[in-house]
Design a protein around this ligand. Structure first.
Ligand code: GCO
Ligand code: MG
Length: 419
């Protein structure tokens, strides 16, 4: 099927060596579900891409298996940009979380292959280091303010310089971001969505009290972040952003759903609290209005849901023109493959802000070995060619897919709300 005429260079291997001969979708659940694409070239070089879309994993697996893989076989793995355009424009429908996650998996796997063929770590292919390590933030949460503050203290002792804080809301049984028992916070826990009840007035009273206490207990040196998880109306979001101003947050995330992007003008009018948005975005077109109007300070769209390195690089460059910095989504439902690729990107991207880091379990890390490491508040990538993350397929096969969905939220009168 190959129609390429590109010249052959030794560093990239010959055209024949670069031919894609296999592409395999691997679904595994070492504690939680991950979808991974593994591409192999004729010369035996392999590349991995994450394709995990929490709660809708099999939709992406099928999109890849049934619609993308047949298009990959026989093509030149070195034509990363052209394959991106082929999968985006060529699908006619473009965009959307399922499509863009599938495209991201192909794109990252190809960048991984390119790195391995060149013998270079991915950050080097992007333009080299802009920094020594990527500032990361951990997740502190507690059933009440005191418990959340203890957790912030614990993460500070571990060396974290930035910490996201969430706490239980009196009268709300399962507030967003609070773990059950002693386990780390894990949203997708049941086969069908767990129903939670939300109370905005109670939350709006609690959140400023949490940050008042955190500043009292921990001073001003630690960076504090908070995620509203799309729960507020625009005017409520504006009020919270204003109420939090004295506590100098690094950012306030997803203060209101970002489909109606004009609503962010209202928040801006009332507050100078820095804003982050975009983990549910998948295209530069979702980000464009917020960025070019400087309605946000950090863009959260990351590699796996944003069409891979090829597309997120465009978003980051566009954001740089408007002094918006990156703050990639990095929850545990994104696999270590995404984390590895994201960290190489963070190491290079000039307008880097911060990287979310919610640690994967030992079980997950055993399946996905990687060479990034945490030191003194930052994650550091290694110099393994490519993105440095591998998969143990035999071990992965021991953990079959287990259906799990994210919870939903309703107001007390039963109205469906944003979770
Ligand atoms: C975050 C998030 C996550 C998401 C999860 C959805 O900021 O890390 O909001 O916890 O809810 O990734 O799958
Ligand atoms: Mg979030």
């Amino acid at each position: 099927m190959s129609t390429q005429t590109a010249s052959e260079t030794p560093a990239q291997g010959s055209l024949r060596d670069r031919e894609i001969v296999d592409a395999k979708v691997i679904v595994t659940c070492p504690g939680r579900n991950f979808v991974t694409l593994k591409i192999t070239t004729r010369s035996g070089v392999t590349g991995l891409g994450d394709a995990t879309l929490n709660g809708r994993e099999l939709a992406v697996a099928s999109y890849l298996q049934d619609h993308v893989v047949p298009n990959l076989i026989g093509r030149d793995a070195g034509r990363i940009e052209d394959l991106w355009q082929f999968l985006h424009r060529g699908a006619y429908w473009r965009r959307g979380p399922v499509t863009m996650t599938a495209i991201a998996a192909v794109d990252v796997a190809l960048w991984d292959i390119l790195g391995k063929m060149a013998g270079l770590p991915l950050y080097q292919l992007l333009g080299g280091r802009s920094r020594e390590g990527a500032l990361v933030y951990a997740h502190a949460n507690g059933r009440d303010i005191a418990e959340a503050s203890d957790q912030v203290g614990m993460y500070r002792e571990q060396g974290f310089l930035a910490i996201r804080a969430q706490c239980g809301v009196p009268g709300v049984k399962k507030a967003y971001g609070i773990s059950t028992g002693t386990k780390p916070y894990e949203p997708a826990e049941s086969e069908l969505p767990a129903e939670t009840i939300w109370n905005t007035p109670r939350y709006l009273e609690t959140a400023p009290r949490l940050f008042e206490q955190l500043r009292k207990d921990h001073g001003n040196e630690v960076e504090l972040l908070h995620d509203v998880h799309h729960r507020l109306t625009p005017i409520e979001a504006a009020r919270l952003a204003r109420d939090l101003e004295p506590y100098r947050l690094f950012w306030l995330e997803d203060a209101t759903p970002a489909e109606n992007q004009k609503s962010f003008e209202l928040i801006r009018k009332h507050s100078v609290t820095a804003l982050a948005v975009g983990e549910v975005f998948n295209s530069i077109w979702d980000c464009k209005h917020l960025i070019e109007n400087q309605l946000i300070d950090y863009i959260r769209t990351t590699i796996v849901h944003g069409g891979g390195i090829t597309h997120v690089r465009r978003i980051a460059d566009f954001a740089a023109l408007h002094q918006v910095r990156t703050g990639f989504h990095g929850a545990t439902d994104l696999s270590p493959v995404c984390m590895g690729a994201a960290l190489h990107f963070d190491t290079w991207v000039p307008n880097f802000g911060i990287q979310e880091y919610m640690f994967h379990s030992d079980q997950t890390n055993a399946v996905f070995s990687h060479d990034y490491a945490f030191r003194a508040g930052r994650l550091h990538v290694g110099d393994t060619p490519g993105h440095g993350v591998d998969i143990d397929e035999k071990l992965a096969a021991r953990y079959p897919y287990a259906p799990k969905q994210l919870p939903i939220a309703r107001l007390e009168d039963g109205t469906m709300w944003d979770w």
